[in-house]
Design a protein around this ligand. Structure first.
Ligand code: G3P
Ligand code: CA
Length: 242
């Protein structure tokens, strides 16, 4: 059964990367979450997509220039009625103790290197004993390799914007157990060969019915979507098929 990962939580209906978006994804029945992490000035791992707080919160400036306690005063639900803080990764991992969800932590260390980010994330994951339910991904493949060296028991998956040749060979070479390709840039044949070679495939970000159907039909490991409710409805139709 193809798993459904809620991209930045249930972000089609709730403010992205907030506890509400994660909790609503779980209520909807998503198998997993995808979230993005950055580091504050005082080294707290926080869950926010952009390097800057401007787009998604009431504040402005770089995450890396805020102390955690100052960052927490910002509202990450600026279009909604209820004020919500930017979550810390610790808060999300603590909540994951109450359910069985898988959590894909995307390290957003492409622009700023955020020295020590991998160690901090891994320390947190280990402290909550969540090693088996975490997938670490990143567009920064050096960071993927470094994460694997630090914690070979935690699954890693490189993210791709581009189609690459024989991605299973590449994944194997960096000891990654999965790949997270841009959904429109990977063919059915390449997905099938990757799966046959024992590498998980979780394309992002799949929001249209026809694209969801495509990945259920292929039997992809998972896909990452803003709308887990829609994905679950479509999956139910596939499960009913003889
Ligand atoms: O992890 C898949 C996807 O989230 C990568 O792109 O920009 O949405 O973080 P982005
Ligand atoms: Ca992401």
């Amino acid at each position: 059964m193809t798993q459904i990962f809620a991209h930045r939580g249930y972000s089609a209906s709730y403010a992205e990367n907030t506890m509400t978006a994660f909790m609503e994804a779980e209520k909807a029945g998503a198998d997993g979450l995808e979230l993005d992490v950055q580091l504050t000035k005082d080294g707290e791992v926080v869950v926010i997509h952009d390097e800057k707080v401007d787009r998604t919160t009431s504040g402005n400036g770089y995450v890396k220039d805020f102390l955690f306690k100052e960052l927490r005063k910002l509202n990450a639900n600026k279009k909604g009625l209820k004020k919500e803080p930017i979550p810390s990764l610790r808060e999300v991992l603590e909540w994951l103790q109450t359910n069985r969800m898988i959590c894909n932590i995307e390290l957003k260390n492409g622009l700023f290197p955020y020295e020590g980010m991998e160690e901090k994330v891994i320390r947190l994951v280990r402290s909550y004993k969540l090693e088996k339910r975490i997938v670490i991904s990143s567009f920064n493949h050096y960071s993927i390799v470094y994460s694997y060296r630090l914690a070979p028991e935690i699954e890693t998956a490189p993210l791709f914007y581009e189609g690459i040749y024989m991605p299973w060979v590449y994944a194997d070479s960096i000891r990654a157990k999965g790949i997270h390709p841009k959904f429109s840039l990977i063919s059915d044949e390449v997905i099938k060969s990757t799966l046959e070679n024992g590498i998980a495939v979780r394309p992002y970000t799949v929001n249209k019915d026809t694209d969801m159907q495509r990945f259920f039909k292929i039997g992809c490991t998972a896909f990452i979507t803003d709308d887990p409710v829609k994905a679950i409805k479509i999956r139910k139709k596939f499960e009913k098929r003889p």
